[in-house]
Ligand binder design. Sequence first.
Ligand code: SF4
Length: 465
Amino acid sequence: MCGIAGAYGVPNASYVVSLMLKALQHRGQEAAGIVSAQKGALHEHRGFGLVDEVFSKIDLAARLPGDTAVGHLRYATCGDSNDPKSIQPLVASLRRGDVAIAHNGNLTNYPAMRRELEERGAIFQSGSDTELFLHLLARAPGPERPLAERLASACLQAEGAFSLLVLAPDALIAVVDPLGFRPLSFARYGDGWLFASETNAFDKLKARPATPVQPGEMVVLRGGAPSATPTAYAAPRPVRRQCSFEHIYFTRPDSEIFGVRAGAVRRRLGELLAARAPVHAGIVISVPDSSNKIAAAYAAALGLPFEFGLVKNHYAGRTFITPEQPARELGVRMKLNVDRDVVEGKVVTVVDDSLVRGTTARKIVELLRDAGAREVHLRIGSPPVVHPCFWGIDTPRRTELIASDATPAAIAALLGADSLEYLPIYALREALGDPAGASYCTTCFTGTPPDDRPIPASSLVRRPA
Ligand code: SF4
């Protein structure tokens, strides 16, 4: 998972993009980059760290001039997270001019296509699957054809998850893959247009209304004051595979993705969890911030007090998107502390949004018991995660998933909790407004591939451990 943002026809576009990247910071904290376009040339700046760390010491107007720009926040699910060449947007000089590309998602045919292209003489500069688009663009037939047509040809060869912002000196193009795994929306802003992974990036700028780019669509902006009209570049598919985990965990609750408010989905998850797995005693606490809405709705549905028993250090970062396990373990301790007055002597139900590796949950149970909680019950607002994700979420090994081969009772014992219950898959689909399972990907909960095609083993895309 990464964050992408773009601005077209907007004064000081790089500054506006930096503001949107700050709003999307929760989507990636390893690195950030912006590329702008002015007078037929691209200007770029990237670095490791948070948006503020990368951009606060540079003069954006001087270094990244122009009224069009794209930006990227990196959360490495492919390639080496320490490789500066993998920090996006990636830039290449093609025969018809320079292009920059910002990509959210993972390409499942990247290893096979990279091998094939290398055998034909291609030289890859990074370990990032995003670079595949640059090679496919360079080799797209008819180099005299417009960029949008060559990009469509490249996108039809790529498989997997991709929401893209592609910048040329005279154009900005937004694309979403035919199954629509990752969110991307656009909104009017003054005389120009903004693009972002989540709509909270538009809110501070008062850019409205937000419109999702639909699966298999492309929005091409070129020339003065263009209208943003999506066009289909791929044949419609009978199903969509929008990532359900975006709604459960990644997306901010004040954002709209896939045309739906994430906060509303989380409230419904809490209500359904209360109906399916109630604890009729004590207090309910959340694991801040991502499960706040689910926990509050769970408590309200059961008429129990909702308390803030865990206090989060907001400067410690998110543990799940910290790539290495020792850092993740330390991250939990740095991130959460218990308010003893709230939990001492109480029956405490901890509502979390998901249980992936169990790192955070194990530590939380330990912290609550140390603070004197009488009982600790875990309630999870999503089904057990039993399968790796191949489309941009960093849970690639089954052995890392605590629920891959253990029952809830066994997991509760492992975590030291008095009980553990999950939301069933049918309830997740109900909360998403997708009872037939035709719109959302749930592969990590079911193991069922997204479009009835088997997932090739070679599609496992992972940076070195
Ligand atoms: S497998 Fe899970 S995390 Fe990956 S895209 Fe599907 S729903 Fe999202």
